[in-house]
Ligand binder design. Structure first.
Ligand code: PEP
Ligand code: MG
Length: 656
């Protein structure tokens, strides 16, 4: 058994045989007597490369298709063609050498550009040229696989991933690779464990291996016990994609960039959408989508989510997400300039079109609006002002609308540090760990060659996340994470322990993350159960937390019975918030009180004024004198029936 240490690019675990991929042979320069014949060879190869791309696009998912479209654009652009033919004609050299060199020259030009979006295209340029050269040499990188394997190579390219039969790929191990590359995004989309920093020279083709990306290890020729354990974990992770979602306290939401992502979100039964990156609706076009177009998109997404929370982020343009028609100024450091909510405040007309669409769409589902890149309360105030103006505009048009919950992204150290104050102006927080890492570690997300400095587990980042959770919870608002760290297997137990309300992850990662959350919660519960009555009060229902002052009943809001909190329930399950003995159950079944072993009395009151329902729709599952443990079901009820009776189904917990 031999262990090779690597760096996790995408979490997961796989066991299987290694397939070492062929290295691409060096393309050598050759003098050729007839340049025109060589140009003809080139044109023929370019046609074949185009056909290859078209075939791959047919089976590609949305992310891969976007990348392949970029490659098609670069391949068919006259600039590439002219540069290659120019080299052939001037220097009388072979076409594959000319294609490689042209690719390198043009990639360097991209690299020198100020615009970070264009700078990032250098990788695409190299890969496009490489495809053209491979069509000339006949080299094929895509391996033929007869059984599922762990692929091992010097480097993986998006073209390689999108071109191979993914059913046969268990995982990826490579010498180089970056967590923010297109390949990494694709691997995450396909749910493939992926490790970088593994030298193929140290591996023999065909050996059995365990690729444990969670722990950053490739274990070659594992002993039977190691292999067995890995297989069990792998099986459990795989089965999570087939079974119904396990009910977890910490919800597992999905991030989407367009409606096309909904299919995966629904298939994996995500508990909600924690981030809809709407800026993608504004990109790659000549003018902004109008109110009606946006309204229809938001409405369709909300309706598809059938009442599950759907957090739509207002446009987060700038830096690597350019919106050319806005004509934004060129900046030396765009990540520190006009981006995120600052763009919305700089272009209020554009912003209000989006807000009107969002306010109208809010009538069709459980919508939350979220502002990106907040650094101060003043910004929230100014953004909320725009919401009110948009509402006024809809009033004037006599349009149907609703002002939904309004939250903010905490993705700057400033926002995390003053989260307690900001929580007073927001209905929820979502931590954007991608930007929070960038701004805390002074490390541009797009910087190349900085992998050594990119440490999202840095104590400073984790401390800011903790501060945000505490700041939000003190004010009684829910806190989630929608950055990459939300799916980090090492950190999920920490987030569970800190009481984070949700993590929002790539749609394909939902089942695996849900499995990890469920595991972490079981362990956490076991720990708290060792100390019954330890004073910890758990949420008695799934849903949206509301602080005491927000409960729409003067008796509870005034703390007459004791301090309390409310939960707008997602479903009709009411659980014990602590271990103890049932001291009473209301005849009408809507309220249960518990005495904990350390003598605290807790009342769980389901709905406001629901005594009027005389027990209709309530079924208690415990009786006086029963002993219950944290999480045991106390009663079930029908929140819809309560709403239909014109009452509020909020579940209220009172510490008497
Ligand atoms: C983040 O910054 O973590 C985030 C989720 O936003 P984006 O990646 O879209 O900037
Ligand atoms: Mg961000």
């Amino acid at each position: 058994m031999k262990r090779l240490q690597g760096k996790r690019i995408n979490a997961g675990i796989a066991t299987g045989k290694i397939l070492l991929m062929k290295s691409r042979p060096a393309v050598l320069k050759q003098e050729i007597p007839d340049p025109e014949q060589e140009v003809a060879r080139l044109l023929d190869a370019l046609t074949r490369a185009e056909e290859q791309l078209q075939t791959e696009m047919k089976t590609a998912d949305k992310t891969a298709a976007g990348i392949l479209e970029t490659h098609m654009m670069l391949l068919t652009d006259t600039r590439f063609r002219d540069t290659v033919t120019g080299i052939i004609r001037r220097e009388h050299v072979n076409a594959e050498y000319a294609a490689d060199r042209a690719g390198e020259t043009l990639a360097e030009e991209f690299e020198a550009m100020e615009d970070p979006y264009l700078r990032a295209r250098s990788e695409d340029m190299r890969q496009t040229a490489r495809r053209a050269a491979d069509c000339l040499t006949g080299f094929t990188e895509v391996p033929r696989m007869a059984e599922p394997v762990i692929l091992c190579a010097e480097e993986f390219t998006p073209a390689l991933l999108s071109g191979m039969n993914r059913e046969y790929v268990l995982g990826l191990a490579a010498k180089t690779g970056s967590p923010v590359s297109h390949t990494a995004i694709l691997a995450a989309g396909y749910g493939l464990p992926y490790l970088a920093g593994i030298d193929p020279a140290e591996i023999n083709d065909g050996v059995t291996a365990v690729l444990d990306a969670d722990h950053g290890e490739l274990i070659l020729e594992p002993d039977p016990e190691t292999e067995q354990k890995a297989k069990e974990k792998e099986k459990a992770l795989r089965e999570m994609t087939r079974i119904a979602p396990e009910k977890t306290r910490m919800k597992v939401y999905a991030n989407i960039a367009s409606e096309k992502d909904l299919e995966t979100v629904l298939r994996h039964q995500a508990d909600g959408i924690g981030l809809f990156r709407t800026e993608f609706l504004f990109m790659n076009r000549n003018e902004a989508p109008d109110e009606e177009e946006q309204f229809q998109v938001y409405r369709r997404v909300l309706e598809a989510m059938e009442g599950r929370e759907t957090i739509i982020r207002t446009i987060d343009a700038g830096t690597d997400k350019p919106v050319p028609y806005l004509d934004m100024p060129r900046e030396e450091n765009p990540a520190l300039g006009l981006r995120g909510a600052r763009v919305s405040l700089a272009y209020p007309d554009l912003f209000r079109v989006q807000l009107r669409a969002l306010l109208r769409a809010a009538c069709y589902g459980n919508e939350g609006i979220m502002f990106p890149m907040i650094t101060s309360g003043r910004e929230i105030m100014r953004l909320r002002e725009q919401v009110n103006i948009a509402a006024g505009e809809l009033d004037a048009r006599k349009e149907k609308y609703r002002i939904p919950r309004i939250g903010i992204m905490v993705e700057t150290p400033a926002a995390a540090l003053i989260s307690e104050e900001l929580a007073k102006q927001a209905d929820f927080f979502s931590v954007g760990t991608n930007d929070l890492t960038q701004y805390t570690l002074a490390l541009d997300r797009l910087a190349r060659g900085m992998d050594d400095y990119y440490d999202p587990h840095h104590d400073a980042v984790l401390k800011l996340i903790r501060m945000t959770v505490e700041g939000g919870h003190k004010a009684g608002i829910p806190v989630g994470i929608c950055g990459q760290l939300g799916a980090d297997p090492e950190l999920i137990p920490l987030f569970v322990g800190e009481g984070l309300d949700e993590v929002s992850v790539a749609p394909a990662s939902v089942p695996a993350v849900r499995y990890r959350v469920a595991e972490a919660e079981k362990q956490h519960e076991n720990r708290t159960d060792d100390k019954p009555g330890d004073g910890g009060i758990h949420a008695p229902a799934d849903g949206q937390l509301v602080s005491m002052s927000g409960i729409p009943d003067p008796v509870f809001a005034g703390g007459v019975l004791g301090p309390c909190f409310g939960i707008i329930p997602d479903n009709g399950l009411v659980r014990a918030p602590a271990s103890g003995t049932v001291s009473s159950v209301a005849d009408t079944g809507h309220a249960v009180s518990l005495r904990t072993s350390d003598g605290k009395e807790i009342l769980i009151h389901t709905g406001i004024d629901t005594v009027k329902m005389k027990g209709r729709g309530f079924s208690p599952k415990v009786k006086q004198g029963d002993t219950v443990r944290t999480g045991d079901t106390l009663l079930e009820f029908d929140p819809e029936a309560v709403r239909e009776a014109g009452l509020n189904p909020m579940v209220i917990t009172v510490l008497m």
